[in-house]
Design a protein around this ligand. Structure first.
Ligand code: CU
Length: 497
């Protein structure tokens, strides 16, 4: 806040203190509040307990026309949760999930904040709320050891959508483990009512294993320092807003999304494919911009976007830095139901290939991952997982039915070339292929890019699927075989790993 506004408040506080000391009459004469307040200060009344919400839910509007005393209780928990199918990560959370619970108060409220650190925690934590005016945003008052709780009180002087986060050293690591959330301070003049409000917060994560490498994945400090994210996701995990967990709305409804970015490193280019934001309260502040395609949300920053859904269908929510969306997890979905609006949009439904394997929450992938971990992986489970992965990875070129496209992409269905040499096919997916090949009597002279960014088990599952579909029949390819192949061949220039 501008200095010029802080001073008068400090002045008022000082006067109040003096008045208290001299007359003891402060109770009957509540201090006139701050120059920022356009309404007269009403008595706060009995304290209210804040209702918090877990993403993608947002707590209901306060509905109040006067400030109140609001009590917020937030519990820090260190929990193991999936960050992707079959990949576990130890998140440090405000309330058990990433992002932290959504807090909603009103401008002028006095917030009594309680931070609890669960006894099972291994680390001390604190909280810095960007909505707080005061040193550390609360961090200096809330250093909380495991099994302890702390308390401080602040006045929500400024309306807006604010990030809160942990500020315990190493701060970057606490934030990288998921310690962030949003607090919305409603303006005195509330925003117009909408049909649905959602909470989406982006974050980047750094694991020792590569993207989708199965099992428990520890935090990688060096990757975090280099800002080389393994995952970039909405609401704490890949797939948190996809398939069964997609957001829902009806044609004609007005949607408001409270967007946050916990970072710690990457600035989000928040975009909803096929929509234009009617209004964007840039950086979560009071002014709005209209007719916006993509809004920038920096780490430790926010944005409030509003739009009306005119046409039914599935809208894909992305960070428009697209490799993050398609190769690191930053994809969500908004499913809109209702009558067609051919005048606005006539056309095909969303292309499932484009959505790739993210279109469904994938039990097949989970089952295969669990099987691999427990040593019980069957060929059938590999085929099921491989089918899903094939749709996301290979089918754009080789086609969903494996028949390829003449003169462009060779067939995998009944491919004599594929089935003649298992090892060669493993080498092709890992390292790509270029030059003349003859498949089923047809000649191809093109380039297939290396697929080495995929994990060994994903590649093994895909090949097992391909080698046992569309009339092909062969043995399974194991993740071990793929690993040996990877270790035994130099990566060509441009390949991922
Ligand atoms: Cu922390």
């Amino acid at each position: 806040m501008p200095r010029s506004q802080i001073k008068p408040i400090l002045g008022v506080c000082l006067c109040t203190l003096l008045a208290l000391a001299c007359s003891g009459k402060a109770r009957e004469n509540p201090a006139p509040v701050a120059s920022t307040a356009s309404e007269p200060e009403a008595p706060l009344g009995a304290p209210l307990k804040a209702t918090l919400a877990s993403a993608p839910e947002v707590p209901p509007p306060s509905g109040r026309h006067a400030p109140a005393k609001v009590v917020v209780e937030l519990e820090v928990r260190e929990v193991v949760l999936p960050i992707a199918d079959g990949v576990q990560y130890t998140f440090w959370t405000y309330g058990g999930h990433v992002p932290g619970r959504f807090i909603r108060v009103r401008e002028g409220d006095t917030v009594e904040f309680h931070l609890q650190n669960h006894p099972d925690s291994k680390m001390p934590h604190n909280i810095d709320l960007h909505a707080v005016t005061g040193p550390g945003g609360g961090a200096t008052s809330t250093f909380t050891a495991p099994g302890h709780q702390t308390q401080f009180t602040f006045k929500a002087l400024m309306s807006g959508l604010y990030v809160y986060h942990c500020a315990t050293a190493p701060v970057g690591m606490h934030v990288a483990n998921g310690m962030y959330g949003l607090i919305y301070v409603e303006p005195r003049q509330v925003l117009p009512k909408v049909d649905r409000e959602f909470y989406i917060m982006q974050g980047d994560f750094y694991t020792v294993g590569k993207y989708r490498e199965k099992g428990a994945q520890p935090f990688d400090m060096q990757k975090a320092i280099e800002e080389n994210a393994t995952y970039v996701v909405f609401n704490g995990s890949e797939g948190s807003l996809v398939g069964d967990k997609a957001l829902h709305a009806k044609v004609g409804e007005k949607i408001r999304i409270f967007v946050g970015n916990g970072g710690p490193n990457l600035t989000s280019s928040f975009h909803v494919i096929g929509e234009i934001f009617d209004r964007v309260y840039t950086e979560g502040g009071t002014k709005f911009q209209e007719n916006v395609q993509t809004t920038v949300v920096p780490p430790g920053g926010s944005s409030i976007v509003e739009f009306t859904v005119e046409v039914p269908g599935t809208y894909i929510i992305v960070d428009h830095s697209l490799f993050r969306a398609f190769n690191k997890g930053a994809i969500g979905m908004l499913k809109v139901e209702g009558p067609e609006q051919k005048g606005v949009y006539s056309g095909q439904e969303v292309d499932s290939v484009y959505l790739s394997d993210k279109a469904q929450t994938s039990n097949a992938l989970e089952r295969a991952a669990a099987g691999l971990q427990q040593g019980t992986l069957t060929k059938e489970a590999q085929i099921a997982a491989g089918q899903q992965l094939f749709l996301g990875t290979c089918s754009t070129c080789h086609q969903p039915d494996g028949r390829g496209l003449p003169n462009a992409f060779p067939p995998l269905a009944k491919s004599d070339f594929l089935m003649a040499d298992k090892k060669r096919s493993m080498g092709i997916v890992l390292n790509g292929l270029k030059g003349k090949v003859t498949v089923n009597g047809m000649e191809f002279d093109s380039v297939m890019p290396p697929m080495s960014h995929l994990t060994d088990d994903d590649l093994a599952n895909i090949l097992t699927f391909v080698r046992n579909s569309w009339g092909n029949s062969g043995d399974a390819v194991s993740s071990k075989e793929m690993a040996d192949m990877r270790a035994g061949t130099a990566r060509p220039p441009g390949a991922g790993h």
